[in-house]
Design a protein around this ligand. Structure first.
Ligand SMILES: Nc1nc2c(ncn2[C@@H]2O[C@H](COP(=O)(O)OP(=O)(O)OP(=O)(O)O)[C@@H](O)[C@H]2O)c(=O)[nH]1
Ligand SMILES: [Mg+2]
Length: 441
């Protein structure tokens, strides 16, 4: 059977009356959009006939095995077979007619949130609940640097492939925040559209403020770690705006040098672009990286992107006037192929901008241990090949590049401007493995 356009996932616990009203209205709204759909109701062991009512309304009913709202939501998401997955509460706080608006917004992002807190959104809730919700949302958004206002809205439309690939753990309502942090870390786009929320009409609430607060706090620390680790797709971009002055200056100084050198250099390939602002600042550029989440994240800048490895660039010979390779070679084992590949894709006379820490400098040897200490999730442990200026310059000459300019970021990170010479110096190439590893330090 072909997969439906839309799967609707509804976690329920003793919501019989609500389910009887909700499901037909949801089905009608979706039919109005001309979509094929499935209704998935995840029941937490209701004792009021909710499951029977849901089945009678045409839903597939799953009996949840994992605990709590989080468990129910995760099981529902996993069981969904649609191209898109929509989640909503059963208690009619989430008006099913709004599905139309979420669906219309589907191409704006990979996760679309029905948001109470963006401009135009409204929340009719008891005052104490509203205050608490706003505080928690502001705290999470700020503390986890997520550009989202309503992180706790359970009314969302997901691209199925985006949400189903996330490894989720939350069992309470904190799973909602967890999904957003992990989706953002994986580079998926999140958008909010204004929505008007009403309190539940019937039935009893399942929100247990204290238990929920505790779960949320624990989740915050877990997610904070992920958010600040290099596994987050926007790590490099955030570093450019870091509140830590040294980190911010460092990023900006590197950016300034590389962008000045590449200005007007022609068609450029940024090898290992990551989520660095450098990619967005170069005007005629193609970004290349091995990490899918970083490329996904960078889609927002409208730059052509390609996934690939520097060991075998998926690019024709002599295709680019300029190649940037910054913060890459220290992360990978030394291999002559790196340099032959960078040279191959450059036209004769083309410019290579190559940046890496200089391990012979006092600056870097002091800063790296400090960086490792203050940023335990950062890049320190990933620096596996240690170059020095002398070694790298020799290596580049051997590989057929002529040195044109040298710059340092804080006297520690070396950036070289190199020209591809017409012929590789035959006598010295290829470098023997022993010479190469000596040069690579
Ligand atoms: N399967 C399952 N569903 C749950 C569980 N807890 C809550 N739900 C459902 O999840 C949705 C949201 O729960 P609500 O009780 O409305 O939570 P809330 O919106 O924060 O609070 P109120 O609207 O004030 O009750 C509803 O459809 C509930 O029936 C659970 O443990 N298992
Ligand atoms: Mg509710």
């Amino acid at each position: 059977m072909a997969s439906p356009d839309l799967s609707v996932v509804v976690p329920v616990l003793n919501e019989r009356e609500n389910v009887e009203r909700l499901l037909p209205r949801a089905a009608a709204a979706i039919a109005g959009l001309g979509l094929s759909h499935e209704l998935l109701v995840v029941d937490g062991g209701s004792t009021d006939g909710t499951a029977e009512a849901a089945a009678a309304a045409g839903a597939r009913v799953l009996r949840q095995e994992l605990p709590g709202y989080g468990g129910a939501l995760r099981e529902g998401l996993a069981a969904a077979t649609g191209t898109y997955v929509l989640t909503l509460d059963a208690d009619l706080s989430h008006d099913p007619d709004f599905i139309t608006k979420l669906w219309r917004a589907r191409s704006s992002a990979d996760v679309v949130i029905a948001s109470r807190y963006v401009k135009g959104g409204v929340a009719y809730m008891p005052r104490h609940r509203l205050v608490l919700s706003r505080i928690l949302n502001a705290f999470f958004a700020k503390g986890l640097s997520l550009p989202v206002r309503d992180l706790s809205s359970g009314f969302r439309l997901y691209r199925a492939g985006a949400v189903q690939a996330l490894a989720l753990e939350g069992t309470n309502f904190e799973v909602l925040e967890e999904i957003l942090v992990k989706a953002h870390a994986a580079g998926w786009r999140i958008a909010e559209i204004p929505f008007t929320y009403y309190p539940r009409a019937r039935g009893a609430s399942h929100a247990r403020i204290v238990a929920f607060g505790m779960a949320l706090l624990k989740a915050f620390f877990r997610l904070w770690k992920l958010r600040n680790s290099i596994d987050s797709a926007d790590y490099d971009e955030r570093a450019f705006y870091s509140v830590i002055p040294l980190q911010r200056w460092w990023q900006r100084r590197r950016h300034e040098i590389i962008c000045a050198w590449t200005r007007g250099a022609g068609k450029t390939l940024d090898v290992g672009c990551g989520s660095s602002i450098i990619l967005q600042s170069i005007n005629d550029v193609v970004g290349l990286d091995v990490q899918q989440n970083k490329l996904r994240y960078m889609r927002r800048y409208g730059v052509p992107l390609v996934r690939g490895s520097v060991f075998a660039l998926p690019v024709g010979d002599a295709t680019f006037d300029c190649v940037v390779c910054s913060q890459v070679i220290e992360h990978i084992p030394y291999d002559e192929a790196i340099f032959t590949e960078l040279r191959r894709v450059l036209r004769p006379g083309g410019l290579l901008v190559l940046g890496t820490p200089d391990y012979a400098t006092v600056g870097w040897r002091t800063i790296e241990p400090l960086y490792g200490f203050f940023a335990p999730g950062g890049y320190k442990d990933e620096h596996i090949t240690h170059y020095t200026r002398e070694g790298l310059e020799l290596l580049c000459r051997e590989q057929g590049f002529a040195l044109e300019d040298t710059a340092y970021v804080f006297r520690s990170e070396l950036i070289l401007a190199l020209r591809k010479t017409a012929v590789r110096p035959a006598a010295e190439s290829p470098a023997t493995p022993a010479e190469a590893s000596r040069a690579a330090g």
